[in-house]
Design a protein around this ligand. Structure first.
Ligand code: NAD
Length: 320
């Protein structure tokens, strides 16, 4: 990434992609935003619509419908293209359908001469990110997914409600698969500087571990609940993508639970999963290996196993 203007290419201008684009415009995270979709007319219409809001935005962002050659000098390619989760469908069931979509996307991006970072949001996000890593041949630190950033935001919001505390002072993470096997390692959760488990111990009449487990379940089921109510989720993930893009473009070194490739952390290699990572200009600067209890480590290994098995089913075609 150079000192030139900050350029982001968005591939997939559906609900998630455009929620990101809208948040990015309002938060002024980049100087140039290129929209690409297999439905060219849709990308053009979205670019027009956003451009008509520019006068109210306080930015002079350049927004246009483009093509894969526009990725050449981009800092980040955000991929939100794909098919959506149907009611009752697990994220992993989406895998086959979205893998085919990715094969038509990653090659032309790489062939453009792109040398920036891939940020993937399409579900199942951990698998799609790993597929992007394999298909692109990029360094692992330059290929990341939204992982459990949204789940972590949901967790912090709900814990904030429960403990009557600003979510920004809740330091707790959802880790593992963005999906059914994700979990919250409570041993690592802090309210300000105090471990959550100590808060429970000191206030047994007020707070209970069972309530926290219910919150964890609520976080896990949130997407399904929203899909049942309004068919898709997009605002929250759009803002999560914006948050990650800002951390990268501003070289923040912020900790976010993106989907990143494990390289021996927790005794696991190659699997992409949500884990607290330090995010800056070069993507994943460092992974933070949490000091998990034996039971939590078991959950993490289970989550990785689920992800690895799904990916293995895909692998023969991923290598072609
Ligand atoms: P959508 O159907 O509204 O949009 C998908 C877009 O992708 C469409 O505009 C479609 O034309 C485009 N597309 C399809 N194939 C393409 C191709 N080959 N090249 C370019 N564009 C192509 O769907 P959505 O609601 O925006 O969801 C997008 C993805 O985001 C889904 O996989 C969904 O499950 C996922 N999602 C992820 C999270 C998360 O936390 N990571 C949260 C919500 C949704």
């Amino acid at each position: 990434m150079t000192n030139k203007s900050k350029k982001v290419v968005l591939i997939g201008t559906g609900m998630v992609g455009m929620s990101f684009a809208y948040a990015a415009l309002n938060q002024n995270v980049c100087d140039e935003l290129v929209l690409i979709d297999v439905d060219r007319l849709r990308a053009e219409g979205e670019a027009m619509d956003l451009n008509h809001g520019l006068a109210f935005s306080g930015t002079s962002m350049k927004i246009y419908a483009g093509q894969y050659s526009d990725c050449k000098d981009a800092d980040i390619v955000v991929i939100c293209a794909g098919v959506n989760q149907k009611p009752g469908e697990t994220r992993l069931e989406l895998l086959g359908r979205n893998a085919d979509v990715f094969r038509t996307i990653v090659s032309p991006v790489v062939e453009s001469g792109f040398g920036g970072l891939f940020l993937v949001a399409t579900n199942p996000v951990d698998i799609m990110t790993r597929l992007t890593y394999e298909l692109s041949g990029f360094e692992a630190c330059k290929v990341l997914g939204t992982g459990t950033t949204l789940d972590t935001a949901r967790l912090r919001y709900l814990l904030g409600e429960y403990f009557n505390l600003d979510p920004r002072n809740v330091h707790a993470y959802v880790v593992g698969e963005h999906g059914d096997s994700e979990f919250t390692p409570w041993s690592q959760a802090l309210l300000s500087t105090k471990p959550v488990l100590h808060v429970l111990r000191d206030n047994p009449q007020k707070f209970r571990l069972a309530d926290l487990e219910d919150i964890s379940i609520e976080v896990r089921n949130a997407a399904q609940k929203i899909i049942e109510a309004k068919r898709a989720t997009y605002y929250g993930i759009g803002m999560a993508i914006t948050r990650i893009v800002r951390a990268i473009l501003s070289d923040e070194h912020s900790v976010l639970t993106v989907s990143a490739r494990l390289t021996g952390e927790y005794g696991i290699e190659n699997v992409y999963m949500g884990n607290p990572c330090i995010i800056g200009r070069n993507g994943v600067d460092r992974q933070i290996e949490l000091s998990l209890t034996a039971a939590e480590l078991q959950k993490l290994h289970h989550s990785c196993k689920v992800l690895d098995e799904s990916y293995s089913k895909l692998k023969p075609s991923a290598d072609t």
